[in-house]
Design a protein around this ligand. Structure first.
Ligand code: 26V
Length: 739
């Protein structure tokens, strides 16, 4: 459902080996190349890490010459544009297509029809069971294709974005009055489907429009894949030998019953053969363990909107149930846990587990939690299905493109640009860990990137960042489990300390935040407001000048990440252990020489095992400790009494920051009720503070700091998307690739 592409101009030029030529040509024509690139809008067709990962993988699959295609919706409006007004988030529409459609080629000749609603009846004819679907509403899915260029290869892949249209847009005037209005209604309904990306990244809302979007995407896609397959092979009997459909979280899970529907109703296969094809075609990647993010759809909605799909899900569910009872004789609760239909809901993750030949987590810890907890019963039944593919990022974009200074250093140290196709070649940098010249050059590159960010922020906001300070960055979706509030609480404590002993503040610090909150997520929006209030109070306080600065940068998006990450020195990866499936920002910061301050969560665990405790600032409870603490009855108020300075910082937050806005509600979430401090901010506060103190002790020794940065870069190759995609290709897809 999402591909968070960002900009394509430099990406394409870079991959085609034309970046320098493009720059030269622009300048020759009297344009600044930088302005030219800045004119391109981000394609924000995703809400966060899940969508960005899909974009990185598509690039990598193309570079590795894997024949693949991405499918999504051509949302007219991407993820909302965030404006901060009086410290509060406002959401504005993002009509990215106005300029973004330059990359798209419409293919009306490949349009397909998708059917919604109506009634379904079965009947027998010539000894065959047939389906009659009547009274449905058709929506036309029109492809708008984007070519994807790989790096240093002639291979290209396609990203196909489906646009929804009414099948009869032009002859409205021909309708009689009653039909005229119905026809217009229908047209509006059809075109609404591809109007806007849902901006949440947890809490599915169970809205009919979202279900329409999901079915629209998968029906158009599966019809198209089957059609091209038949054109090529003349049969569907070998379908599963030619295709794997990798579903990105459960959002496209309806592709499972949709393929089954096509094979049964349109191709006339029997159940056993159709089911065999389906169960050898699909693989499922899970991206979250938050229970509230596991998708469920109300059965009546499914039945009304997708009557045939509903019948098939019921049939799948019944047969699965029978199989489970054989697997767990008398094992009532396990069978219940795995049921596809339960409590009036369709549980999409269970549908995926039942029908997919592979289920994977996105980091080692996450996969472990899937096996042991979230999908434990399924793991007992079919352990061989469960795989781990740790996420990775497109290092060509996230290192070479956005950090040309560092790219040049890597080339000089490793002798070639080999690392672009063999990310493990970054390891050769380790040889320079005691080379004072290389270390100081690395420091200069970072200093230059900080100045570039300073210029940008000054231009955009009028705020002058102190380039002498450590740049400490937390940039990611706003969610309580990601604990931006822990960061703000610590800054509040620092602010108090600064007042207590102004001369005890040896290293000046700039804290940068960037984050969008889901429009309906009240607590997340409150946290943004709090950070903005805190930033304003600190900027008014003369004592803080040159010592402490906090800035909230509005409208976090791919192109802003591309400016922030090369300038960061500390990367905040501070989620409650056990909650972040992987995280991919951590990898991007590491590749650009930022040191991580983080918990043992998601892929931080693997990051830590690569760089060691001496090259990052680890803190906090481990996943199992967090779980145990909650089970034993966690009492955040007790922590307050124990940890010096914490109570004052909390009080300051509740009474606000001199602009008259109080944050009692946020404080109450930390202290009151049975779910007080669900994400264990207070439990981890002291350890977080200590990790910051260690970081600040390390910072003044430039050579040591740069060595740590160098080792982080050198060991980041494993977090390249190429490594992840090779694992998918070998372990799941069984497809050959470029060596
Ligand atoms: C859920 C929903 C539900 C409501 C409608 C819109 C929507 C959009 C996305 C999601 C998915 C949430 C899951 C997610 O984004 N997971 C993130 O995936 C990253 C890539 O694997 C991973 O690095 C992050 O840790 C994980 O939070």
């Amino acid at each position: 459902m999402e591909f968070l592409l960002g900009r394509s101009l430099l990406k394409n030029a870079f991959n085609l080996g034309l970046a320098e030529a493009l720059r030269g040509a622009a300048e020759e024509l009297g344009f600044s190349a930088a302005d030219l690139m800045e004119a391109e809008p981000d394609a924000g067709l995703g809400s966060g890490g899940l969508g960005r990962l899909a974009a990185c993988y598509l690039e990598s699959m193309t570079t590795l010459e894997i024949p693949a295609a991405g499918y999504s919706i051509c949302y007219e409006l991407g993820i909302f544009r965030q404006k901060i007004v009086n410290g509060q988030q406002l959401e504005l529409a993002d009509p990215w297509l106005e300029a973004g459609e330059a990359w798209l080629v419409a293919r009306p000749d490949e349009a397909v029809q998708v059917r919604f609603g109506g009634t379904v009846t079965g009947y027998w004819e010539n000894g065959r069971h047939n389906i009659r679907h009547e009274g449905y509403v058709s929506v036309l899915a029109v492809p708008r294709d984007m070519m994807v260029a790989g790096f240093a290869t002639g291979h290209t892949n396609l990203l196909r974005l489906w646009e929804a249209r009414s099948p009869h847009p032009s002859d409205l005037s021909l309708y009689a009055a009653g039909q005229y209005l119905r026809a217009v209604e229908h047209q509006v309904m059809a075109e609404t489907i591809s109007k806007v990306l849902y901006p949440a990244d947890s809490h599915p809302e169970g809205k009919a429009l979202r279900l329409r979007q999901q079915y629209f995407l998968v029906s158009a896609t599966v019809q198209h894949i089957v059609r091209t397959h038949k054109a090529r092979y003349g049969t569907v009997h070998n379908f599963q030998e030619a295709h794997v459909i990798q579903i990105n979280d459960t959002h496209p899970a309806l592709a499972i019953p949709e393929l089954l529907r096509i094979l049964l109703d349109e191709e006339g296969l029997g159940w056993d053969e159709a089911w065999n094809i389906v169960t050898h075609t699909f693989a499922y990647t899970n991206h979250t363990v938050l229970p509230e993010a596991l998708e469920c759809w109300p059965q009546p909605l499914m039945e009304r909107l997708l009557p045939r799909i509903w019948q098939l899900i019921r049939e799948i569910s019944g047969r699965y149930q029978a199989g489970l009872e054989r697997c767990f004789p008398g094992g009532g609760h396990k069978v219940r846990e795995l049921a596809i239909l339960w409590g009036g809901q369709v549980r999409m993750a269970n549908l995926c587990i039942c029908a997919c030949f592979a289920v994977n987590g996105v980091s080692a810890l996450h996969t472990d939690i899937l096996r042991r907890e979230v999908f434990h019963a399924a793991f007992l039944c079919t352990p061989e299905k469960f795989k781990c593919v740790t996420n990775g990022v497109d290092h060509r974009r996230w290192l070479a493109q956005i950090n040309p200074g560092l790219d040049a250093l890597v080339r000089d140290c490793t002798g070639t640009g080999d690392y672009l196709l063999r990310p493990q070649a970054l390891e050769a940098l380790e040889r320079y860990q005691n080379d004072a010249g290389v270390l100081s050059r690395l420091g200069d590159i970072k200093a230059g990137n900080k100045l570039a960010l300073r210029d940008y922020v000054l231009r955009e906001t009028g705020i002058a960042l102190n380039p002498e300070a450590v740049f400490d960055v937390q940039a990611k979706r706003l969610h309580e489990y990601k604990r931006q509030l822990l960061n703000a609480l610590h800054i509040t404590w620092l602010y108090h300390r600064l007042h207590d002993e102004p001369n005890g503040f040896s290293v000046p610090r700039v804290f940068l935040f960037a984050a969008k909150a889901a429009p309906g997520y009240t607590a997340a929006k409150e946290i943004i407001r709090l950070i903005c209030s805190l930033a304003a109070q600190i900027s008014r306080d003369p004592l803080c000048r040159g010592r402490l600065q906090v800035v909230f940068l509005e409208n976090y998006r791919v192109s802003l990440a591309e400016r922030l990450i090369p300038a960061a020195e500390l990367s905040e990866q501070i989620s409650t252990a056990g909650k972040e499936a992987s995280g991919t920002g951590n990898m991007k910061f590491m590749m650009n020489g930022a040191l991580t301050i983080g918990t043992l969560d998601g892929s931080n665990v693997e990051l830590h095992s690569r760089v060691g405790g001496e090259n990052m600032f680890l803190f906090g409870l481990h996943a199992d400790e967090s779980k145990r603490l909650r089970q034993q009855g966690y009492r955040p108020r007790d922590v307050c009494g124990r940890v010096p300075g914490l109570r004052e910082a909390l009080d300051h937050i509740s009474s606000g920051f001199g602009d008259g806005v109080r944050y009692d509600a946020l404080l109450s979430r930390l202290l009151d009720g049975p779910d007080a401090d669900e994400y264990l901010l207070l439990a981890d506060f002291d350890s977080y503070r200590a990790a910051h103190a260690r970081a600040m002790d390390a910072y003044p020794d430039k050579e040591r700091w740069n060595r740590m940065a160098l080792l982080n870069i050198a060991r980041s190759g494993v977090f390249a998307a190429d490594r992840s995609v090779r694992e998918y290709a070998r372990e799941i897809w069984g497809v050959p690739m470029r060596e």
